[in-house]
Write a protein of this length. Structure first.
Lengths: 201, 63
């Protein structure tokens, strides 16, 4: 949802700067994931940049608790996996023949109708690929929930990590890891089936 | 309408790029800051701490 508009914008309005705009999407990810997560911690803490700005603008009088909440985990994971969504979406939208949208417009479809009935269905393989590429690393990510979510946030990957490293319950951890792997596999196969149905027909 | 949509998309793209580069900017800013910790109540890394906190012989509470 967040990646589609920007992929669309780069593809349709990027012009000859498309490559540069794509590199700009990738550029922050040349830095370590851990360091970027720590940067988010600095920004989201009680006396961090976000709270300072909110207080300076007058939206809040007291600092809002942003760090160690579900919001911070979702924000961190969205940040971490956004390029994995933008890139396949861009490829999918860029490969779409513009004349198909033109034909829809010729047949009196409004811009919105052309998007809903032509662009979106034809770029659905990209949407599924983007979902897959973000789902797989996101479900196994334990660094972001650990650093940004604190003790209050629990994800299955974090539970597995704690079982292995702190609980020393390797069999239980391995069982949970196996269940996670099965879930990921089922999700991946379902997504691949959808892609094949969309591409082959 | 088309131009308006284009403008909205451009604004959205700018916001997404700002979101992507925000931690990098923070890293660069703090990369040029020689303070060891950022724990002042003021929220800004450059305010709220006595200057003697940079030395080991400081007797003022450093926060």
């Amino acid at each position: 949802v967040i990646g589609y508009p920007i992929a669309y914008w780069i593809s349709r309005y990027g012009g000859r700067h498309k490559a540069l705009l794509l590199v700009l999407v990738m550029l922050p990810f040349w830095t370590s994931y851990l360091i970027r997560t720590y940067a988010w911690m600095i920004m989201l803490r009680d006396n961090g940049i976000v709270n300072t700005i909110l207080q300076a603008v007058g939206l809040t009088s007291q600092p809002i608790i942003l760090l160690n909440t579900d919001f911070s985990v979702v924000l961190g994971m969205t940040y971490g996996f956004l390029p994995f969504a933008i890139l396949p979406l861009f490829v999918s939208i860029d490969r779409l023949e513009p004349s198909l949208v033109g034909a829809a417009r010729d047949l009196y479809a409004s811009g919105r109708q052309a998007f809903v009935h032509v662009t979106l269905p034809l770029t659905m393989p990209g949407v599924v690929a983007a979902s897959l590429l973000t789902f797989i690393p996101a479900i196994g990510d334990f660094v972001t929930p650990d650093l940004l979510g604190g003790a209050s946030t629990t994800t299955i990957a974090k539970v597995i990590q704690e079982l292995f490293l702190e609980g020393r319950d390797w069999p239980y951890g391995a069982a949970l890891g196996f269940i996670l792997m099965v879930f990921t596999l089922v999700g991946t196969l379902a997504a691949l089936r959808t892609i094949r149905r969309e591409v082959v027909g | 309408m088309h131009r308006e949509r284009n403008r909205l998309l451009s604004l959205y793209a700018t916001l997404v790029y700002a979101f992507l580069f925000a931690p990098i900017v923070v890293l660069v800013v703090f990369g040029f800051n020689d303070r060891a910790a950022i724990s002042s109540g003021a929220g800004s890394p450059s305010t709220g701490t006595p200057s003697c906190c940079r030395t080991t012989s400081c007797s003022t509470p450093c926060g």
